[in-house]
Design a protein around this ligand. Structure first.
Ligand code: 5GP
Length: 119
């Protein structure tokens, strides 16, 4: 779970503007954007714009603080805007842990009991 950061991973390319994405909110440190293969209406991803941590095991605490505050803010905004019945916050570490993009990220997935999660 520790190793070199690939500067050409998809989220790094999104941050560079090489791949288009729909930004929901950002500041100097974090970006929130829409997942292009959403598992529910409003599925968003939260990432650091500055850290080269690939996962939660590698991340430095100051970055984690900023990312988690953005997760919290985004979950609250999703609650207000979409009125879901639940919100799943998900995060995967390593290929065996279900991770496919190796730039630390948190999923924010609004949930409704009558709409099972896709994917
Ligand atoms: P992981 O399994 O690594 O936690 O999730 C990676 C997420 O990135 C997936 O939910 C996937 O749909 C999303 N994703 C993959 N490629 C792109 C892309 O090019 N743009 C956006 N916005 N999301 C992507």
């Amino acid at each position: 779970l520790h190793g070199p950061y690939d500067p050409d991973n998809i989220f790094a390319r999104i941050l560079r503007g090489d791949i288009p994405s729909v930004t929901v909110w950002e500041d100097d440190h974090v970006r929130v954007f829409m997942d292009v293969f959403p598992q529910s209406e409003g599925h968003m991803l939260v990432i650091s714009k500055t850290s080269q941590a690939r996962n939660l095991l590698e991340v430095e605490p100051d970055t984690l603080d900023r990312v988690m505050r953005a997760v919290h803010r985004t979950a609250r905004a999703a609650e207000k805007a979409l009125k879901p019945e639940g919100i799943s916050i998900m995060q995967f570490n390593g290929e065996a842990g279900g991770q496919t993009v190796f730039h630390l990220h948190f999923h924010i997935i609004p949930r409704w009991s009558d709409r099972p999660m896709k994917g």
